[in-house]
Design a protein around this ligand. Structure first.
Ligand SMILES: [Zn+2]
Length: 162
């Protein structure tokens, strides 16, 4: 029996929350592959614990892992898609923060002050923005300070550094 670290194959749980623009079909597909993955994993654990591990049979061992490996690949591919999808939100969020930076700079210049605390109403009041850009995932925007620099920060997507 070759050595397998079962825990290393366990993968991480998928969180399926706040679907946004994701289609119902994609959600169901992820749930389905995750289910298959879990089932095959538990099945494999059972087979390993029941099987005679004293004999080495490469062919048989390979068969044993086949279903599990396939389910795992499917699951991983679905996860990658979710990550791509998340990346998309991040890009959108950062683009919105960039427009907020422009608005804040405009505000500074017009009011001859420095906006130290993010104030969306003030930006609209002064005509820097028509409406407040919002994080596509509902994060909260704030102005933070790092090394004396003002940076925009989203509670979900992090700090915009450029
Ligand atoms: Zn965000």
């Amino acid at each position: 029996m070759p050595e397998f670290d079962l825990d290393a194959h366990r993968g991480r749980p998928v969180t399926i929350d706040d679907e946004g623009e994701r289609t119902l079909f994609e959600q169901l597909r992820i749930q389905e592959v995750h289910q298959q993955y879990q089932t095959s994993y538990l099945d494999l654990v059972q087979k390993i614990s029941q099987g005679d591990t004293t004999k080495i049979n490469i062919q048989k061992d390979r068969e044993l892992f086949k279903t599990y490996n396939r389910a795992r690949t499917d699951y991983q591919e679905s996860l990658n898609k979710v990550e791509e999808y998340e990346k998309d939100f991040r890009v959108k969020c950062f683009a919105r923060m960039r427009s907020l930076i422009l608005a804040v700079l405009f505000f500074d210049r017009k009011s001859n002050t420095r906006m130290t605390k993010f104030n969306a109403e003030k930006l609209i009041e002064i005509g820097a923005l028509q409406e407040i850009p919002e994080c596509p995932r509902g994060g909260n925007y704030s102005i933070i300070y790092k090394d004396g620099r003002r940076l925009f920060h989203c509670s979900i997507h992090g700090t915009l550094r450029n």
